[in-house]
Design a binder for this molecule. Sequence first.
Ligand code: PHB
Length: 391
Amino acid sequence: MLKRTFVKGLGLAAATMLLGGTALAQDAFKVGLILPMTGPSASTGRQIDAAVKLYMAQNGDTVAGKKIEVILKDDTGAADQTKRLAQDLIVNDKVNVVAGFGLTPLALAVAPLATQAKIPEIVMAAGTSIITEKSPYIVRSSFTTAQKAVPIAEWAAKNGMKKIVTMVTDYGPGIDAEASFKKAFTAAGGEVTAEIRTPLRNPEFAPFLQKVRDLKPDAMFLFTPSGLGAALMKQVAEREFDKAGIKVIATGDVTDDDQLNEMGDSVLGMVTTSQYSTAHPSPENKAFVAAFKKANPNLRPNFMAVGGYDGMHLIYEALKKTGGKTDGDSLVEAMKGMKWLSVRGPVSIDPETRDIIQNIYVAKVEKVDGELYNIEFATVPDVKDPVKAGK
Ligand code: PHB
């Protein structure tokens, strides 16, 4: 009798636990976060992971009655891994959203899976314009490289540069940077006298830089993805372009805040364009940088961190707006046209392209309290992706 009661009691407890488990699973909202946590783009992974954790620490982990659960996976920066991990997250973990994507090929590899599964793919890092056209479920919280290349071309033309050589990393965002720079610079009366492309993997910049020096343009325009800037700028310093009268300009991906301090004083005065600087002087950014540094003592946030932070904001706000409805169509619809004050400045999601519309700042490297920063000195407001705008 006693034994039977015990067994019955256990059965009930087990059943309650099971039910509880089911209820919990139903209330969970899962984000599959795929980032390069190791390999050449590990800084992108580290920055975005830290920003996602900070956003959740500041905003709680429950939204519209759902418990937000982030499942982090390391794709090492290899597209076949990204695809395999996304598949696994969608099929086995049943994630509601996939997010991250440190490089263009990684974002592209998952586009067909997002379409098939009808779940949002939040691109927090990659910057080739075409990405958002590859699935109606892609929403981008980062940038496009064309967004930054056009304002620096216009700035160069206005500041007396007439002949420029471009040197970019040979894949999607570099090719976009090269084409957009040339179009804008030519339209403003300048001339691109040579276009050089360097390999993405293990680049040896020296022979390319020597070629630029021999060509003697007024300036050299550079693009490399986040993580490669320090290696590039060391080799640029060795060639003493200033002594040859050749100015060096770039997108802010090169003078990346994550690596800027390693680049040395030779980058002082270098002008770049970016959607974000650690030194962006708004109260929102000051609070963000302070909290980020407190949580990650040896790290200062770069533009990748902000893409991750705003990507989480998009997910949280979309879920609030749908009142907890989790289907991909409702979430993407809720993200379209969303506007907020980011730590980078005012931003919105273009309802037509699902790209981010944002300010682009022209900045100059300066030393402040012994550290190098990109100090913004001019703003081009509300820049849309120029490629999709036909510019
Ligand atoms: C990209 O692969 O799209 C990419 C990565 C890092 C950048 C810019 C673009 O800084």
